[in-house]
Design a protein around this ligand. Sequence first.
Ligand code: SAM
Length: 245
Amino acid sequence: TSFGFREVGTGEKQPLVNDVFHKVAKRYDIMNDVMSAGLHRVWKDAMIAALNPPGREDYRVLDVAGGTGDIAFRIVERSGRKAHATVLDINGSMLSVGAERARKKGIEANLDFVEANAEDLPFAANSFDAYTIAFGIRNVPRIEVALKEAYRVLKRGGRLLVLEFSEVEMPLLDRFYDAWSFNAIPKFGKLITGDDAPYQYLVESIRKFPNQRDFAAMIRDAGFARVSFTNYTGGIAALHSGWKI
Ligand code: SAM
């Protein structure tokens, strides 16, 4: 590949991903701001606005690959601190940072943190009103398995929302974006964390992820109905939506 990374098969990918996020956990939040020039906040806010969680105490969301809690915290706040969110991540280092942030915000009663794999969710079928995953699904080795699990744990009428980097569909912006991601991101990564390999992995994983239409088809294949997507910032990111009916 262009970065000299070996193609990694299903069995090899997860340990690599885990290593990346163990390394970056403590600096993850600041790196997000640097790498996306703050845009990830705008995209995340738009995702939560699309979900529009009701102010109900029995409203339960599962935030997969939830990392340091950005999505779950926003859901809890937007519901008027009523909704409950389960932050699930395969990486204990990311979850520890998240749990500490939740305590500081005083919202830990609305949250729980679960260390598990998106491909094998430790929950009964029909448990959640919504399943969210932000910038996480491209790291999962078997995306179609994760989507089937999402479908299984959602209640009927439940909603899937996936926020992910996508295919830039604006001329000029795509060139700027290429320059930014191939050059600037690994350099900033090295500057802040002392290591550029994790950020090369991240950029590479974005390139390999299916575009808007192909990913929408995968969501449909997992059983979801009324599948749609919305581009953010010319397609740098896209929000995919589907329903379990
Ligand atoms: N959702 C958070 C956000 O938007 O800030 C964190 C996103 S971070 C880029 C990706 C997360 O996916 C990491 O915390 C990583 O540990 C997690 N992850 C990777 N593979 C996973 C898997 N198979 N199951 C669950 N989480 C996984």
